[in-house]
Design a protein around this ligand. Structure first.
Ligand code: 6R9
Length: 571
C-alpha cells in the first residue's frame, strides 16, 4: 500500500520506548507513583489539588488560567484548594454526604472548579451538565440520578425544572443576587461564611466520583459512572499521551459537561500539577488562535471539528498570530481527516496526534504517541496496559485488515463501573471478556487501528454524541409532528449534522415557518446541539414490523445508497 507516514517526533518524550514499556507494564506498578498506594484510601481532589497546595514549591503555581469574553482570572493551587474546602463545608451544611449525586449546570468559571472539587472532597459524585441543555435534558438527568443538590447560575435557572424532582433538596445559585432565599441558596453569601479548613473524605478506589450522561441509540441518556481509581490512567496518559511536563501550559477545549472536559480538562493536567487554560464561551477561529497566543499554550487538546474550521478559515487568519509556543497537538471525538494532519504539518510544523476513547472508557485507550510514527487516518495503537482487538459479534478475535467490532479487554483503571440504575445495560457492553465499543474498525498488520464508523445509530455532530431517540421523542412532542426518524448526515465541517424526517398531523401544512418552528422547539426544549439542521416532511416513516424506526433505510435514501435488506419493513 502506498501510504504517507509521518515519522516519530524528535526529542525527549515522556514515553520513549513504546514496545518496551508495553511489554513490562502492569497497572499495579503504576500505583506505586501514588502516596495512597499503602493505605488504599484516596480522593481525586487531594491528588489533583491539595497535594500541590501542600507543596511549598507548587502552592503558588497557577493551576487555572481562566478567560472568557468578560473575565480573566489566575487561580493558584493554594487558592483552588481553599475555595474547594469552603464549598465542601457549604455542602456539608446542607446535609450532603458521601455518595450523594450533586450536579453542576453552569458555564466554565473559576467557581465551577471550586464547586467541582468541593463535591469530590465530601466523597459525593459530581454530575456536570452541558450549559446548552434545556429543561427536558436537565430534568431527565436529575431524575435518573436522583440528584440531591444542583448548582447553577441566574442565567440558567429558567431551564431548571421546578417540579417532578422529589429528590432535589437544594439549588445553589452562583453569581447573582438570590431574591427568593427560601427557594435558593446564595453561593456568595455561603462562601463568605464558610471555613477554609475541611477534613477531606478519604474514599476507596472503587467509590463513585463522576456521572456523565451519554447517548445511545435507544432510550434516554445513560449515566456512566466513574470511580476514583480512574486517576491511575488519567495520570499515566497525561504523561505518555499529552506528554505533559512541569513547565507546560496546557489547553483542552472541551466543556466539562462532556467526558473530555473532565478527564482531560480537569484531572489529567492537575494530577501532574500543570497549568491549565480554560476559555469560557463559544469560540471562533480568532478566539482559538488568541487563546493559544495570549496564554503561550504549549500543549493543545482539541477536536477535528475545531481543526476543520481552522483549515477552512485559511492562512490569512493564522498569519496574524504568533503560535511559536505550541509544541504538541492532540485531537479526539471524531475521525481526524488525513488532510487536517497535512495542514497541521504546514500550519504549525507539528503533527496532530489522534486519540480514541469514549465516555464509557473514562480515559484514552488507542492513541498516537510522540515516539511512534503517524499513519494519517489511523487512531494509533493501544497505550501500555491496554489490550485492544477487533472481534466478531460473539467476541472472537478476527484477523488483521478485517472490519469488526472495536473491543477492549476488560477491565482497565478508568473503565466505567456501572450504568446508573441500569445493570442490564451495563452488562450488554461486555461479550466474552471484551468491552465492545459500538465502533467498527480494523487493525493493520503492524497493530495500528483504523476507525470505520459507528455500528449503531448514534450521531456524532461536531464531536458531540447525540442519540436519535432523544431527538425523535422531542420532535413528536411538537403538535404538528406525528412521527419522526432522525439520522446523522455526513457534513464536511461538523462530521455529521442531524437530519430529521417527519410526518405531519392532520391539519398541518408543510411550510418553511413550520419547519423553523419545529427546529426551534427542539433547540429550546432539549438543547441547541441536538436540534436538526435539516427537516424533511414525508408521507410515512419506514418502520419494522415490530414498530422500530428504520433509520438505516432513511440514511440510505438520504445518501442515495442501495437499501439492502428491507424484509422486516412494515407494509
Ligand atoms: C472521548 C469521546 C465516543 C465516540 C466513539 C467514536 C467517536 C471518539 C474518536 C472517535 C474516530 C477518534 N470517537 N474519538 N472516532 N476517531 N479518535 O469522544 O467520548 O463523547 O463518548 O464519544 O466518539 O464513535 O465511540 P464520547
Amino acid at each position: 500500500m502506498d501510504m504517507q507516514v509521518i515519522p516519530a517526533r524528535e526529542g525527549n518524550h515522556n514515553l520513549q520506548d513504546y514496545e518496551k514499556t508495553r511489554k513490562n507494564f502492569s497497572w499495579d506498578d503504576m500505583k506505586k507513583n501514588f502516596s495512597w498506594n499503602e493505605t488504599g484510601k484516596v480522593n481525586m481532589a487531594y491528588e489533583a489539588v491539595d497535594r500541590h497546595a501542600e507543596n511549598p514549591v507548587k502552592k503558588d503555581k497557577i493551576a487555572l488560567l481562566y478567560s472568557s469574553p468578560d473575565r480573566e482570572e489566575k487561580v493558584t493551587f493554594a487558592t483552588l484548594s481553599k475555595e474547594s474546602n469552603k464549598f465542601a463545608n457549604v455542602l456539608k451544611k446542607y446535609n450532603a454526604s458521601k455518595g450523594d449525586r450533586i450536579f453542576l449546570f453552569m458555564p466554565r468559571s473559576p467557581e465551577f472548579y471550586a464547586a467541582f472539587f468541593g463535591i469530590l472532597k465530601i466523597g459525593a459524585i459530581a454530575g456536570p451538565l452541558f450549559e446548552a441543555f434545556m429543561e427536558q435534558a436537565v430534568r431527565d438527568r436529575l431524575q435518573d440520578s436522583e440528584a440531591k443538590i444542583l448548582i447553577t447560575t441566574p442565567d440558567l435557572i429558567d431551564r431548571v425544572p421546578q417540579a417532578e424532582l422529589p429528590n432535589l433538596e437544594e439549588i445553589i445559585i452562583i453569581g447573582g443576587n438570590v431574591e427568593n432565599e427560601d427557594q435558593y441558596i446564595d453561593y456568595q453569601q455561603e462562601m463568605e461564611a464558610a471555613s477554609e479548613e475541611f477534613p477531606i473524605e478519604w474514599v476507596d478506589l472503587e467509590d463513585g466520583m463522576l456521572l456523565h450522561y451519554t447517548s445511545g441509540s435507544t432510550g434516554k441518556p445513560k449515566g456512566v459512572y466513574h470511580v476514583h481509581n480512574a486517576m491511575i490512567q488519567h495520570y499515566a496518559t497525561a504523561e505518555w499521551v499529552l506528554d505533559l511536563k512541569e513547565e507546560d501550559v496546557y489547553w483542552c477545549t472541551a466543556d466539562p459537561g462532556w467526558v473530555t472536559g473532565t478527564s482531560y480538562g480537569i484531572f489529567a493536567p492537575w494530577l501532574l500539577g500543570v497549568t491549565n487554560v480554560v476559555r469560557g464561551g463559544r469560540f471562533t477561529p480568532d478566539d482559538w488562535y488568541q487563546t493559544l497566543e495570549k496564554n503561550k499554550v504549549t500543549v493543545w487538546y482539541t477536536a477535528p471539528t475545531a481543526l476543520r474550521r481552522l483549515v477552512s478559515t485559511g492562512q490569512g487568519v493564522l498569519d496574524k498570530y504568533d503560535l511559536s509556543s505550541l509544541r504538541h497537538l492532540l485531537s479526539v471525538g471524531e475521525p481526524l481527516n488525513p488532510e487536517v494532519i497535512t495542514w497541521g504539518l504546514k500550519a504549525f510544523n507539528l503533527r496532530i496526534h489522534d486519540t480514541w476513547w469514549m465516555t464509557e472508557t473514562g480515559a484514552q485507550l488507542i492513541v498516537n504517541l510522540p515516539s511512534l510514527e503517524i499513519r494519517p487516518g489511523s487512531m494509533g495503537k493501544p497505550i501500555p496496559g491496554i489490550e485492544a482487538s477487533i472481534v466478531d459479534n460473539e467476541g472472537n478475535e478476527i484477523p488483521p485488515n478485517q472490519m469488526g467490532n472495536l473491543a477492549i479487554k476488560a477491565p482497565w483503571p478508568a473503565m466505567m463501573r456501572k450504568i446508573w440504575n441500569n445493570p442490564s445495560k451495563y452488562e450488554s457492553y461486555f461479550i466474552n471478556g471484551w468491552y465492545v465499543s459500538g465502533d467498527s474498525a480494523y487493525k493493520d498488520e503492524d497493530g495500528y487501528f483504523w476507525f470505520q464508523g459507528r455500528l449503531d445509530d448514534v450521531i456524532n455532530t461536531s464531536g458531540e454524541r447525540v442519540g436519535p431517540f432523544e431527538v425523535e421523542s422531542k420532535l413528536i412532542e411538537h403538535p404538528a409532528v406525528a412521527e419522526a426518524g432522525v439520522i446523522g448526515k455526513p457534513d464536511p465541517v461538523r462530521g455529521e449534522i442531524i437530519k430529521a424526517f417527519i410526518t405531519l398531523n392532520d391539519g398541518y401544512e408543510n411550510s418553511e415557518e413550520l419547519l423553523e418552528d419545529i427546529r426551534r422547539f427542539v433547540k429550546t426544549g432539549l438543547s441547541a446541539h441536538a436540534a436538526p439542521r435539516e427537516i424533511e416532511v414525508k408521507d410515512s416513516i419506514p418502520k419494522t414490523r415490530s414498530g422500530k424506526i428504520m433509520r438505516r433505510l432513511l440514511k440510505s435514501w438520504e445518501l442515495g445508497l442501495p437499501t439492502g435488506d428491507t424484509s422486516t419493513l412494515e407494509e
